[in-house]
Design a protein around this ligand. Structure first.
Ligand code: HPA
Length: 245
């Protein structure tokens, strides 16, 4: 079963034929909201809105562990995570869709592992390739087949938020090799890997990162909503395509 984690701009999946909603409790607390079960086409899908259905949970307070654990115990076998990001690389301006291939984690103070130190053996999961190759390929193949351009590959810098970055911070991230910047990529991807759950991200560039192009002096929020709205319609088409594949 496919699990979809929706981010800013995707708090509901309009094309999801909902069968039921379930409040799932986990040893790590409650997920961001009840899981929404249903079908897209012939495929069973579970959806959860990362920031809550009313978009009230900021990135540093999302219960990533509960979200991933709840999806896994509900029978999810692969996850597509949808997230909005700022564009750093020249070809990643507002409206672009991108499937990142790498992550740099700048977050801190988040519950970022299922390992509780409760006496079990310490496990160091391999995270060389943070996204699952097969789920990425599915995402990219389907997008290209239905004519939706998704850029293949970007280094996703995960910042702590909830404030946006300074221009100097973006310069530093770019120097580190980052192409896009968002606030939720980690620990989500790492937790999915700990549970061996194939996971890939579909990122929507909502704005130029701080100090870039029309964000030279500030990031304008009025255009951000409109960009996200249009791009999420494309994301829904891609999800439909994946479910039909
Ligand atoms: N920075 C961090 N996170 C984001 C941005 C950004 O510019 N845009 C959307 N999410």
């Amino acid at each position: 079963m496919l699990g979809i984690i929706g981010g800013s701009g995707l708090t509901q999946l309009a094309n999801l034929d909902v069968s039921h909603r379930e409040v799932v409790r986990t040893p790590y607390g409650e997920p961001s909201g009840p899981l929404t079960f249903g079908r897209v086409g012939c495929q069973d899908v579970v959806f959860v809105a990362r920031h809550g259905y009313g978009h009230t949970i900021p990135p540093h307070l999302v219960n990533y562990r509960a979200n991933i654990y709840a999806l896994e115990t509900s029978g999810v076998t692969q996850i597509i995570s949808v997230a909005s990001v700022g564009g750093i690389r020249d070809d990643l301006g507002p409206g672009a869709l991108v499937a990142p291939h790498q992550i740099i984690d700048y977050t801190w103070g988040r519950e970022m592992t299922f390992q509780s130190g409760g006496g079990g053996p310490v496990v160091h999961v391999d995270f060389t390739e943070p996204y699952d190759a097969a789920v990425r390929k599915l995402l990219l193949d389907v997008s290209s087949r239905i004519g939706e351009q998704v850029i293949d590959g970007a280094v996703y810098a995960t910042t702590q938020g909830p404030r946006l970055e300074t221009a100097a911070e973006i310069d530093r991230l770019q120097g580190d090799g980052a192409d896009i910047v968002g606030m939720t990529g980690m620990p989500e991807a790492g937790l999915a890997r700990e549970l061996d759950l194939p996971y890939a991200a579909l990122c929507v560039v909502s704005n130029w990162a701080a100090g870039r192009a029309d964000s030279t002096h500030s990031i304008k929020f009025d255009s951000l909503e409109a960009v996200l709205h249009l791009a999420m319609a494309r994301v829904r088409r891609i999800i439909e395509g994946i479910c039909a594949a």
